[in-house]
Write a protein that binds this ligand. Structure first.
Ligand code: ATP
Ligand code: MG
Length: 225
């Protein structure tokens, strides 16, 4: 059996066409079913639904042979584990799906450029503390990081923080909350991660899958504007 870990929502939705291109149909709709293990049209392939941030953990410890996770999630995960954090995770393919960017945003009235220039100590709320710490350290900015688990947009509006580090795709959530993007940290897309032991043991079936995903993501990349 080959087990693929996905998270519900955009990762699942964007991975479906790649699976389809590899000749694999997922036989149940996660939005309609309560099942956490979904069968596919290939009797030897199944999909397990896990929390987005749990995908690397499942793959690393062999709960899944492969998985799809955002680069944001992978970066935070490897930092979390410290040196050698990526051990047990092969990252063979940038799938170019679930695209967004990691950005700094503030209230419309906050002068971020001046704060940065003057070396002011600012408070930054984020779920991505490792990415944020590296970013501000590289700029030599002094920040107090406040860890949040969701709804980062609320932090500057309530005075909890001066700025947030969050994922932005269209920018409409920021706009709806009168926040402005003041700095682009990095572009983010989802990657295929593979458990190296599984790859060794099930080469004959996993390699073609990786290649099919690679080919399908290249094909869709060519169609992208
Ligand atoms: P959870 O909802 O379980 O707390 P999550 O918010 O990280 O986790 P999703 O919202 O499903 O999970 O996002 C999964 C991935 O999709 C992210 O890790 C990121 O790589 C990508 N993504 C693309 N666009 C966005 C966006 N606008 N906001 C958040 N994530 C995005
Ligand atoms: Mg979410």
């Amino acid at each position: 059996m080959i087990t693929l870990a996905l998270s519900k929502g955009r990762i699942f939705d964007d991975t479906l066409p790649l699976l389809r291109a590899a000749g694999i149909e997922v036989l149940e709709d996660p939005e309609k079913s309560r099942k956490l293990i979904l069968p596919t049209s290939r009797p030897d392939v199944r999909v397990v639904l896990v929390r987005a941030s749990d995908v690397p953990t499942y793959v690393q410890y062999g709960g899944a042979d492969l998985g799809v996770a955002g680069h944001d999630v992978l970066l935070e995960h490897t930092h979390e584990l410290g040196p050698g954090g990526a051990v047990g995770l092969y990252r063979p393919v940038d799938l170019g799906i679930a695209r967004c960017r990691m950005s700094v945003a503030t209230r419309a009235g906050f002068d971020y450029a001046a704060a940065a220039r003057q070396g002011a100590r600012i408070r930054v709320a984020t779920k991505y503390t490792h990415i944020a710490r590296e970013h501000f350290a590289a700029k030599g900015m002094h920040v107090d990081l406040i860890k949040l688990y969701g709804s980062m947009e609320l932090a500057p509006l309530t005075g909890l923080a001066d700025a947030i580090v969050d994922l932005v795709s269209t920018g409409s959530t920021l706009k709806a909350n009168q926040l402005v993007e003041v700095e682009h940290i990095m572009d983010i897309s989802a990657r295929l991660v593979v458990n190296p032991a599984a790859l060794k043991l099930k080469q004959d079936r996993i390699r073609p899958l990786i290649e099919a995903f690679d080919a399908a993501s290249r094909a869709t990349a060519e169609l992208r504007p």
